[in-house]
Design a protein around this ligand. Sequence first.
Ligand code: PMP
Length: 439
Amino acid sequence: MSHVFPRHTKSVLPVAASGDGAYLIDDQGKRYLDCGDAAVSCLGHSNPAVIAAVQAQVEKIAFAHTGFMTSQPAEALADLLIEHAPGDLDRVYFVSGGSEATEAAIKLARQYYMEIGQPERCHVIARRQSYHGNTLGALSAGGNAWRRAQFAPLLVDMTHIAPCYEYAEKAEGECSFDYGQRVANELETEILRVGPEKVMAFMAEPVVGATLGAVPSVDGYYKRIREICDQYGVLLILDEVMCGMGRTGHLFACDHDGVVPDILCIAKGLGAGYQPIGAMLCSARIYAAIRDGSGFFQHGHTYVGHPVATAAALAVVTELTTRDLPARAAQMGEKLQSALEAALGQHPNVGDIRGRGLFRGIELVADRDSKTPLDPALGTAAKVKKAALAQGLICYPMSGTRDGKQGDHILLAPPFIIEDDQIDELVTKLTAALTEVLG
Ligand code: PMP
């Protein structure tokens, strides 16, 4: 009997035994094409450079508390990230994962306004149907009704505006640009409702991952969001935990939108699964406020800037940048989009195939014309996950929430090293799984 407390207590999972590039292999020798481990394994499972970096660092020094010492890999990783980061982002705060990054971002925004003498600014605005992590602060920012429901009394009061979700919410006859401006302007309305002097930050994902299934914003949306934030002195926090680190075709997803956030959160692809690590990048202005104020960011975890985690991430980001892997993600992503459209574009339950780079989503519907979601009681996402696993494919089907109505989608996040024949394998296996579940 297993004593591990599993995620799903009613199912028995295969045991991961080893990895080989794009494949995970279980203890029975079965191979799974890994296209959905929550967008973590951007380099595949057996990258020699990252493995060597981890081994070398463990032998040198595995741990030194950052209250006393910094470490060479943490310094080098921060330099490398800043070299590639947009705008004036120039400081990096390391944590151990995505929720820690978004949580730290919220606290940094709060401390920034305390330091500059605007203590009344403590309100965060985020978007409906969003996910920013599972700790209580991050969960408060998230606007996914199902994830919030049972913890609601413990959550911090934050408010939510509409996401930019063209497929489901653009009005009949409205052009994409106008739709984007309309939903971006909801931020201004909400800031004015709350009172601009009370709002400290707006948080959103450049390309929405888990909750909506690889939904990019329309052109002009983030430019308008940035304008509104600047007008009212609201900090823009972009959560690139899932869509960042090259997955959408740029090392930083916001480069596509041409905006620079005040605080940017990354994780997942940063360590590529070789070590748990996340990071929060902040602008020179925010850093200066802390440095010239109390001189101390009142936050921290034991494993901040862990030498082995930062050594792994340094090797990952070196691989991503020297091999130009974000460009490869863009190129292979186009191939994946075309292959999905060819195989599934006419399926009666496939409403939309979308995404950016190697971050693709398929929205499942009961009816293509009305875009009516599938009945949640059917449990379609869970069935597709199971059928795909049996086929030897790991993808990431999710039950989303369209404000009360449940919608199912499948998120695909293959490693950037995926080859043409593996894209064929992915599409063939996914089509078989969908056919088994939906006919
Ligand atoms: N933000 C986003 C956008 C995410 O997708 C996730 C994880 N799925 C998180 C934050 C939380 O990251 P973690 O699970 O590493 O805490």
